[in-house]
Design a protein around this ligand. Sequence first.
Ligand code: BJW
Ligand code: ZN
Length: 250
Amino acid sequence: MSTASDEMIARAAAALRRCRNLCVLTGAGVSAESGVPTFRGPDGFWQGRRAEDLATPEGFRRDPRGVWAFYNWRRSVLKDVKPNAAHEAIAQLEGRFPAFLLVTQNVDNLHRLAGSRRMVEIHGNIWRVRCTACAYREDAFGRVLADEPRCPGCGAWLRPDVVWFGEMLPVEALRRAEEAAQACEVMLVAGTSGVVYPAAGLVHVARAHGATVIEVNIERTELSAFADITLIGKAGEVLPALVRAMDAGE
Ligand code: BJW
Ligand code: ZN
C-alpha cells in the first residue's frame, strides 16, 4: 500500500485551512509510536488472551484478579511512556480552530500529557479507579495498584474507570462528542480500526452532516470507504506533516 503523497497531504491541509470547526477522533494507533500496544494488531494479546475478552464486565466478574493483573500490567507500561509527535501535532491543532474538540477512545492519558485540553475521553481513563459498589472514585495517576484493590470506603472491589463492552459511555462525554460530530466541518480520524461503536458511528454522523472526513492510518480500515481523504502512514509522521502543510499554504 502506498504511503500518503505530498499532494494528498496538501489536499487535506487545504481542507483544514478552510475549516473553522474541527473534530478529531483518535484511537490506539495514535499511541502506538509511544510503545503502547494497540488492541487488534498482532500485539493485541496479553498472556494469550485478547484484550477484548478481558475488557468486559463478565470477564471482571469471572476473574477480577486476572483483569486487574492485565490493567496493572498496562499501567506499568504506561507509567514510562511519553506522548509522541502525533499527540503533539493534535495538541497544536487545538489552538488553530474557533471550534475544536478532540474525541479520544484512548484511556492512556497521553493526549493530556501532550497538552490537549479541549477533549473528551469517551472510553474513560485507565489511571482513575472507581468502586464497583459505592460512589468512591480516585485518580491513581502513575500508580500500579495492589493485586486485589479494594474500596477504602466499603471494601468492595475497585475497578478501572474505563468503559467495557456492553457498558454505557460516559453520558456527558458522549453528548459532547455527538454534538461535535454534528457541527464539525472536518473530522480528522487517526489511528482507529473503526470497529467499536458508538465511537465509529461519529464518523457517519459527521458525514451525514456534511463534514469532510480525513483519515490517517497505517492501513485502510472499516472507515476508509466513508473518508474523503485517507492518508496512509504513521500518525507520528503524517499528522506533523499535515500541520506543516497547513503552515506552508498560509
Ligand atoms: C496506526 C499506527 C500508527 C497502528 N499510526 N495508525 C453498533 C453496531 C455493532 C456493535 C455495537 C453497536 N453499538 C454498540 C455495539 C457493541 C459494542 C461494539 O462496538 N462492538 C463491536 C466490536 C462489534 N460497543 C459497546 O459495547 C460500547 N457500549 C455501548 O454501545 O453501550 C450501549 C449499550 C449498552 C448495552 C447494550 C447495548 C448497547 C462500549 C465500547 C467500549 C470499548 N472499550 C474498549 C476498552 C476500553 C478500556 C481499556 O482500554 O481496557 O475500548 S475496547 C477497545 O477498542 C478500546 C478502544 O478504545 C476501542 C477501539 O479500538 P481502537 O482504538 O480503534 O484500536 P484498534 O487496535 O482496534 O485499532 C488501532 C488502529 O491503529 C488500527 O487501525 C491500526 O492500523 C492503526 N495503527 N499503528 C496510525 N503508528
Ligand atoms: Zn465502595
